[in-house]
Ligand binder design. Sequence first.
Ligand SMILES: [Fe+2]
Ligand SMILES: [Fe+2]
Length: 211
Amino acid sequence: MGHATETTNHSIPEVLKAIVSKEMNHALWLNTLSLLEHIGSRKILLTQSSEDTSEMILRHATEEARHALFFKKAARTIQPEFRSGYQNSSLVRGTAARIYFAKLDTLVRRNLKKVFTDERTFTYLAYLYTTTVIEKRAMVVYNAYDEILNQSGSPIRLTNLILEEEGHLSEMSAEMYRLDPNAEQRLALLEAEEAKIFARFWRQIGEFSLN
Ligand SMILES: [Fe+2]
Ligand SMILES: [Fe+2]
């Protein structure tokens, strides 16, 4: 099975359309997005809490937490009796989602460790790169998803959420370029690596969507 074939079979809009077409699967998908936002929010607070903690950090952590709640509520809009936790049975391939996040985190840390020996700068840049790469991916998925929601006349829309993520991306980009002279190159490299990690994750979502 070639890589190109897999990508075609599991294209982002196609998989999302299949998921949205079944209420139960759609609720599980929304809860999975909630989990990813929650992991993001928790990670920001866990790693970026120090005397340097800025308004930007507080805003990002708060907005990711709100996004987690937004998706959780949206799952309830689709299925009012939807469970409130993050059990694997309440998620679309929950383990794969967690692995995607963890692998990306490891990739970024390994790359930065070689260059940035000052712990504070390292930790801050790890946050900036991990989040930027994830949010760039999220923009692709969220925009495709929002278009499908719009076409299907869904009461759920991602307009505000997408605006907030765009705000995060531009703020983080400014910080990356300020602190890392090789920001452009490094980001390109990390995005290329992320694409491989995402392809594995998305293949699993694609398999789920056929259920
Ligand atoms: Fe978010
Ligand atoms: Fe964000």
